[in-house]
Design a protein around this ligand. Sequence first.
Ligand code: DAH
Length: 338
Amino acid sequence: MEDQLRNLRTETLSLIGRLTDEKAVEEARVKVLGRKGDLTQFLRGLKDLPPDRRAALGQLANTIKAELEEEFDRILVEVRRNAEMRALAEDVVDVTLPGRRMMLGRRHILHRVAQDMIEIFRDLGFQLAEGPDVELDYYNFEALNIPRDHPARDMQDTFYFSDNVVLRTHTSPVETRVMEKQRPPVRIICPGKVYRRDADMTHSPMFMQVEGLWVDEGISFADLKGVLVAFVHEYFGAGVDLRFRPSFFPFTEPSAEVDIQCVICGGSGCRTCSNTGWLEILGSGMNDPEIYRFVDYDPERYTGFAFGIGIERVAMLKYGVPDIRTFYENDVRFLTQL
Ligand code: DAH
């Protein structure tokens, strides 16, 4: 029986030496080591032997089994590698094909624009502030001098959670929240999402603003203009045309809106700028003394200005995007271009 075992080993080793493809390796392995394989049968047969012979032969059989298993593993790796080399040699694998690139993620363009804007204002001495998206009617309207029946509310219709809780329509409520906690001088910048019932090429029901506020003794409209011109020239370049237009906000007096020449059409008029050649990017003004009443600031001593810049508008002008909605469609072909 021992000879039988040794023969099986020699035969199997010589068989393994002749194997050249994966399928044949698998078949040979089953023939010898499978459930009905030669070696498996042999091991089964041992149980009929007297114990002393069984032990000796069993040990030898197991050593041979381990050896053969290892040899089968080795030959499998070898035939696989050979097959690969053959494929390469036969040009089945085109090694000149470009590799597959991993797509790298990145921050959304609007967040990058917001960050760039904040950095400019930080250089001008503004500190970062924050406020909630879900806001009390009091901060969104009331404390900004927009009482319940005021027509200015029509332009900022929003989503109501209840009579007193809304999705904020602008970042201006953060002004009151900051002034409640801090005495002048106050110089803050606050980016965030805002919500309105509004949707077309240049309006989205959710959009982003950067709010700014500077209150101190002796702040004038010249400071407002200086800061905003400095921002526009720093961000868009010194040659960019902008204009201040008189406007109205219940919480500023006087008020101004700032437009930038439409880059989509170069100022000649197009759908994006409603044929005016200009695109509004922000509202601003000198704080109405009325809003200081809500935060207990002395209007005889302090003056200040505030502004709210539309981040999407700035991004549209900076990157030549004609339709605001493309920012939110999440089409990577668009987003990776910016
Ligand atoms: N909150 C205004 C809006 O969303 C913009 C604005 C105007 C902000 C004047 C201000 C400001 O801070 O002083 O249209």
